[in-house]
Ligand binder design. Structure first.
Ligand code: N01
Length: 535
């Protein structure tokens, strides 16, 4: 819809994923005039855009939803790890219950936002021609809303079908009997590969770095299962804010090295049954100490290698010597990923040995020769965490854009605000728990902090809040110190911004865990929003 309307609001929310919807519902409840602008044609954020074959959530469905009883009470997932279609059904259910879409403008990509010092308001322009003037701007653009395309010569010359997983066509793509190339082996690449291997005439997976995928123990859930799950769901929800990553379980408060090998192996066997537990429910030093980390890597490696018949592929997919420490680049969950390489229709190209030279009109040329394809899937990831924010031309009080400000690295107080950009908050943003946290947990618990802040400002008659430059810098230094204490820097990952050429190398998620993050927030709020200039 094209429009030239100008609307005045208390709060404009950008993005209709979990975070944006939670803000909308609760701001309305608290009496703020609030609306959402959403670039996509529907709700769900990443579940709107990432509708590629096989896309499904890596967290168990019951813990990957809003905690309001009236929402979960009469909704059940049909699988433990729901697919994108079911997540869309979930969002439709939420909409039906809360009547959210009446306050959402879809197909309205926010293009610019400019702060007016005179009025302490933002003027926001969107691609649908609308202008919004608002007191507060709450950006809920998610960590993965800006896909990145590989810089490979000839990409535009391909005459077959080619899509990025994060911009998959809503009408879908038929993979049956096609010759398919997948570039990228992160969570998205793994999921498409598993699906494509079922019916493609030929599937070629181009791997730059081996993923460390963990077993997804998928189950169908019956009505009875769902009823049983609901019995202790509230208790599970209540534990989320007390754990490192916002799940209902946490790290084991022991070193992997203080227990006997027998005990450690028994623990790893148990964790191996539980999705991300092997990653975020393991011994507390695995992500921080190399020797402890090695014990997890060896277990993962040996379990994985046992499934791959060809010794050369075995070494490429799960090398004896680790390519990077276990779990400091995001693992994925898989069901058949390592088995498909035993099929005749699946091939792996190791890009270190056989790099892509160019894309051809009908295929891909690598150093070793040409291959023909009908479909090229770009599973090459996102300009993560910051990309969705800097894609908007946001101009603060000194006339500089957010993109310029962060061109040498992010500075963001408590991961929610940055100096010179008053009355603007970002959720699930840089240097907040973000990518280390279960999405709906952050949407609600970090979301409440923003809601409380807006209440505080209104209740005290303030009209402007802005983080101070020193607060930004100190928070960023704190994150840097925590980063140095761990192993994250030893991998090139989107966590570190290392997947985007030229992006400053810096941990973009808060590595101290949720409880510490909340404690730091409380100290700030209890001290009268210390570190923010409030007027
Ligand atoms: O992206 P990624 P993703 N030439 O950045 C490779 C979430 N998610 O979309 O590792 C060749 O992880 C790149 O190689 P390398 C989840 O948080 C969740 O898969 O940089 N290859 C890598 O293999 C996840 O972490 C779910 O060496 C190139 C891949 O592309 C995040 O989204 C599902 C290349 C990109 O992997 C991002 O996952 C899906 C090039 N030029 C995603 N450029 C679920 O919950 C990049 N690569 C299930």
């Amino acid at each position: 819809m094209t429009t030239t309307s100008v609307e005045e609001l208390d709060v404009l929310i950008v993005g209709a994923g979990f975070a944006g919807l939670y803000q909308l519902e609760n701001l309305r409840k608290r009496g703020f005039k609030a609306k959402v602008l959403e670039a996509g044609g529907g709700m769900g954020g990443i579940w709107y855009w990432n509708c590629y074959p096989g896309a499904r959530v890596d967290s168990e469905g019951p813990i990957y939803q809003f905690t309001r009883e009236d929402l979960w009470k009469d909704f059940g997932f049909s699988e433990l790890y729901p697919g994108w279609q079911e997540l869309r059904r979930y969002f439709a259910h939420v909409d039906e219950k809360l009547d959210l879409s009446k306050d959402i403008r879809f197909n309205a990509r926010v293009e610019s936002a400019t702060f007016d010092e005179e009025t302490n308001r933002w003027t926001v322009e969107a691609g649908d021609g609308s202008t919004t003037i608002c007191r507060y701007l709450v950006l809920c653009t998610g960590f993965g809303s800006k896909p990145i395309f590989p810089d490979i010569p000839g990409l535009d010359d391909f005459e077959g079908v080619s899509h990025h997983t994060g911009l998959w066509p809503q009408e879908g793509v038929d993979l049956r009997d096609k010759r398919i190339a997948i570039i990228g082996t992160g969570a998205s690449g793994v999921q498409v590969a598993q699906e494509a291997a079922k019916s493609a005439s030929q599937l070629t997976i181009f791997q730059r770095t081996p993923v460390q995928a963990l077993p997804m123990r998928q189950f169908d859930l019956s009505d009875e299962d769902n009823e049983r799950i609901k019995l202790d769901l509230e208790e599970r929800f209540s534990r989320r804010g007390t754990t490192f990553a916002g799940f209902e379980w946490d790290f084991i408060p022991k070193s992997a090295l203080e227990v006997s090998e027998e005990e450690r192996t028994a623990t790893y066997e148990e964790l191996w049954e539980g999705g991300f537990k092997f990653w975020l429910g393991t011994y507390q030093d695995v992500l921080f100490e190399e020797e402890a980390n090695d014990t997890a890597y060896r277990f993962w490696r040996d379990r994985t290698r046992a499934r791959i018949k060809d010794p050369i592929l075995r070494e490429k997919l799960a090398p004896l010597k680790k390519a990077y420490p276990f779990g400091v680049k995001r693992p994925s969950l898989e069901r058949t990923y390592y088995d498909i390489f035993n099929q005749d229709n699946v091939e792996l190209v190791d890009l270190h040995e056989d790099p892509i030279e160019r894309i051809l009109p009908h295929g891909i040329r690598t150093a070793s020769g040409d291959r023909e394809f009908d479909i090229i899937v770009l599973a090459t990831g996102f300009d993560a965490v910051t990309g969705g924010l800097t894609a908007i031309d946001i101009v603060g009080t000194d006339g500089h854009s957010l993109k310029d400000k962060w061109s040498n690295g992010v500075e963001a107080y408590l991961g929610v605000a940055t100096a010179k950009f008053p009355n603007m908050f970002f959720l699930y943003g840089p240097q907040s728990p973000s990518g280390f946290c279960n999405g709906p947990t952050c949407a609600e618990l970090q979301g409440d902090l923003i809601l409380d802040t807006l209440d505080y400002l209104r209740d005290n008659g303030y009209s402007r809040i802005e983080s101070e430059p020193d607060s930004d810098r100190n928070w960023t230094s704190h994150v840097a110190e925590l980063t140095e204490a761990g192993l994250y820097e030893k991998a090139n990952s989107w966590y570190m911004g290392a997947n985007v050429p030229g992006k400053p190398r810096q941990l973009l998620n808060y590595p101290g865990g949720l409880p510490t993050y909340f404690q730091k927030w409380s100290e700030m709020a209890d001290a009268g929003y210390k570190g923010f200039a409030v007027t």
